[in-house]
Design a protein around this ligand. Structure first.
Ligand code: APR
Length: 299
């Protein structure tokens, strides 16, 4: 059984005052993009920016110091430039579907065909997508730092981080390319790339349960939380990319990192709901801003 932290219990339903779930509009103020956060904003980077392996440390790079441990959290925004829609944009996934119809335990009990239709469509989309320069930049950062000091936690269910070369990563909201027994009978998730045209095509577990997508539905407990909490507790820098800060517990991670004394850096084109908790903000698309942004100073 997965361990429950006190934070998780507090946020188990994925809903908090001021936070969004279930499709309501974003309320974030953009003020923080106009005012310098505590450690100053990162100025615009010129096309000539290099990483510090060239021996030239650019003023606009963010250093990763010897002895730093980095925790990265990514959201749907990092895959946007690969052509995968985010959730809460005006043309995002939750504008076209109701979460209650396709992404809750109730939806699965009521209408598994609708749930599989939604995730089959996403599999089909995901299989056509390719990693973009932001995925590649994070894989390169991991390679430069060494996996021991780098940990990537993604809310995304696509496999673009793996395909870009990331190794030390967890998918806290599940994986699109896997299925598991609806009864949690103890058998592990299995690889499944099928795009099902009807519920009749979906297989059954040896125990008799129908196979469901290996996705954390709203109201379920995210995966790997004990490991994630350990990694946050020992991180000295947290890098968050392309997530609106709407869904808990992921939206709390930056606060946990700050409490542990870490630097916290956000990269994305808009302010997330938890913007005030970041010490650095890098405005822009991840695929344009991440490559070369971090300068690894030593191991
Ligand atoms: N680069 C970086 N960030 C981007 C880009 C881009 N090119 N394009 C959009 N973004 C940002 C948006 O500004 C927004 O803040 O990505 C964020 C996407 O937010 P959401 O759609 O809310 O996605 P996410 O935060 O990942 O959602 C969290 O909600 O529905 C659930 O389980 C689902 O994992 C998901 C969770």
């Amino acid at each position: 059984m997965r361990a429950l932290s006190s934070q998780l219990l507090a946020g188990a339903a994925f809903r908090r005052a001021g936070a969004i779930a279930w499709g309501e509009g974003r309320q974030a103020s953009l003020d923080f993009l106009l005012a310098p956060p505590r450690e100053g904003r990162t100025p615009s980077r010129g096309a000539e920016a290099k990483n510090c392996f060239s021996g030239i440390k650019q003023m606009d790079q963010i250093p990763i110091h010897a002895g730093d441990r980095v925790f990265v959290l990514t959201g749907a925004g990092i895959s946007a430039e690969s052509g995968l829609p985010t959730f809460r944009a005006s043309d995002g996934l939750w504008a076209g579907y109701r979460i209650e119809d396709v992404c809750t335990p109730d939806a699965w009990r009521r209408d598994p065909a609708a749930v599989w239709a939604f995730y089959s469509a996403r599999r089909s989309q995901g299989q056509k997508a390719q990693p973009n320069p932001a995925h590649v930049a994070l894989a390169e950062l991991e390679a430069k730092m060494g996996g021991e000091r780098f940990f990537l936690c993604t809310q995304n269910v696509d496999d673009l981080h793996e395909r870009a070369g990331s190794v030390n990563l967890v998918h806290m909201h599940g994986e699109l390319a896997k299925s598991r027994c609806e009864y949690e009978c103890g058998r592990p998730p299995v690889e499944d790339h099928a795009v099902y045209a009807s519920l009749g095509e979906v297989g059954r577990c040896p125990c008799g349960g129908r196979m469901r997508p290996h996705i954390v539905f709203f109201g379920e407990i995210p995966l790997e939380m004990p490991r994630i909490e350990r990694e946050i507790a020992r991180a000295t820098a947290m890098i968050v990319v392309g997530t609106s800060g709407s869904v808990y517990p992921a939206a709390s991670f930056v606060h946990w990192a700050r409490q542990a004394g870490a630097r916290t850096i956000y990269i994305g084109p808009e302010a997330p709901l938890n913007a005030a908790a970041f010490t650095n903000v890098v405005e822009g698309k991840a695929g344009e801003r991440l490559p070369g942004l971090f300068c690894v100073e030593g191991k």
